[in-house]
Design a protein around this ligand. Structure first.
Ligand code: EPZ
Length: 415
């Protein structure tokens, strides 16, 4: 079924655990192209995007087994194929993360141009500039990117924007390039740390992760390891907002508090009560709460992937809130769906002006992108009546069992 029905007005109560991070597991899976032998990943979320990446690794000649309890075993024992399959790569932008590893491993990568998506054009120019700095010849034809290098050379790469994907792709590529490479203006997201962790465990010489300049000293080979994927900060944040927007009392466990600092600040700005322990956050909702100002920025700024979810809760906050989206050029589509539920949101360029309303009302709404889908479900949890949310396939890309987790907290969500 491609829609979900959400009954509003039920305060959520209880404890729920965050799953492994989609945006960490995807580059981690891609990195196994570099690692000889067997690698085991734990805490891999069970998502359709993960299945796509597993299919891509299989098509490159690797044996991959998704085991029960969120384990994935990868055997990289044969020669890696150069070409990533068109239909798979164009179905998920993150598949482009295989370009760097294939290039470093084989000297020739032929990867389809990743599709843009509704939130933006999603170019890869920063990735390509970095590959050129490393000595790769680049050819774009028939919808493919061809990267070729007899021998890659160490380089000082400067990213025009701290792109998460470009930082990950280039860090993976440089890890097997003889000499010392630098990635300047690198992204600082926690997923970069997680990727560096597995590469270092496998024998890579990487330092400076978590700063704007990452140093990579190439090594001749990397060996398979076992690795535990970090918690999904976006899913954890979504669950916390679910507790807050319904006026409930929700505890989310198995998360990393440091990765959620920006959201914690904003929920406190809205005057929600938060109790924070080592890997647990409890939020106590309130009937009335304040609005806030949000500007999405590269980490450690407020994450763009929680922008839609915050817009949902700000639509029923007291007063006026402002959301500025600086990462993607078209990430406000959920505003129009929220307005169909009675929200009062006006869009002006990359700003959304939200005037809090007393209540939202159920309406049939459509998911446009993964995080917008979560936002509409959150709004449905608050709205009067039963909201029908269409486009569940987007949700399955990035949330492992969100309806079940919300149901566990007392929500009435049903297909
Ligand atoms: C990652 O995408 C995440 N995806 C996104 O999460 C997240 O929103 C984004 O980082 C920002 O945090 C994964 O990790 C799989 P970027 P990525 O390169 O790497 C522009 C979700 O919902 N740009 O940091 O593609 C780009 O157009 C998804 O889970 C270039 O111009 O993000 C965007 O405006 C959505 N040229 C900005 O930079 C490039 O070569 C940030 O993109 C690369 C990016």
């Amino acid at each position: 079924m491609d829609h979900l029905k959400v009954k509003g007005g039920i305060p959520l109560h209880g404890t729920v655990s965050a799953s492994g991070s989609k945006n960490s597991a995807l580059p981690l899976l891609a990195s196994t192209i570099l690692l000889d032998g067997e690698t085991v990943l734990y805490n891999v979320p069970n998502l359709s995007d993960i299945s796509v990446m597993i299919k891509i690794l299989n098509s490159l000649g690797m044996r991959v087994e998704a085991c029960p309890d969120n384990q994935v075993r990868i055997w990289n024992e044969k020669k890696i194929r150069h070409i990533a399959p068109y239909d798979l790569v164009t179905s998920m932008r993150a598949s482009f993360f295989v370009a760097g590893p294939i290039l470093a491993k084989t000297g020739f990568a032929k990867v389809p141009l990743p599709g843009g998506c509704l939130i933006g054009s999603r170019p890869i120019d920063i990735h390509l500039k970095g590959f050129a700095d490393l000595g790769a010849e680049i050819k774009l034809q028939n919808g493919f990117v061809e990267l070729r290098a007899r021998k890659l050379k160490a380089a000082r790469i400067y990213l025009d924007f701290p792109s998460v994907g470009a930082t990950e792709n280039l860090m993976m590529a440089a890890s097997l390039v003889e000499g010392v490479s630098y990635i300047e203006n690198a992204a600082l997201e926690p997923e970069i740390d997680d990727l560096a962790d597995i590469l270092i465990k496998a024998g890579a010489k990487i330092s400076g992760v978590g700063t704007r300049c990452i140093k990579i000293e190439g090594v001749p080979e990397l060996k398979g390891v076992s690795h535990h994927v970090i918690p999904d900060r976006v899913e954890a944040g979504t669950l916390l907002i679910a507790g807050a927007i319904t006026g409930g009392d929700v505890t989310v466990t198995n998360l990393n508090v440091d990765h959620l600092e920006p959201l914690i600040r904003k929920l406190k700005d809205c005057q929600f009560g938060l109790t924070i322990k080592e890997n647990t956050i409890r939020v106590i909702g309130k009937k009335e709460f304040c609005g806030a100002t949000i500007e999405t920025l590269p980490f450690p700024g407020f994450p763009t992937d929680l922008q839609a979810q915050m817009m949902a809760i700000l639509s029923v906050a007291k007063g006026t809130s402002i959301v500025k989206e600086t990462i993607f050029e078209n990430r406000f589509m959920h505003a129009y769906e929220l307005n169909r539920m009675g929200a009062d949101i006006k869009i002006d360029g990359n700003h959304a002006f939200i005037t809090g309303v007393e209540k939202l009302s159920a309406a049939p709404v459509k998911i446009t992108d993964l995080r917008a889908g979560a936002a509409l479900i959150l709004a449905g949890l608050r709205a009067e009546g039963i909201t029908v949310v269409h486009g569940l396939k987007h949700l399955r890309r990035g949330y492992q069992g969100l309806p079940e987790k919300l149901g566990h907290l007392g929500a009435s969500v049903f297909v």
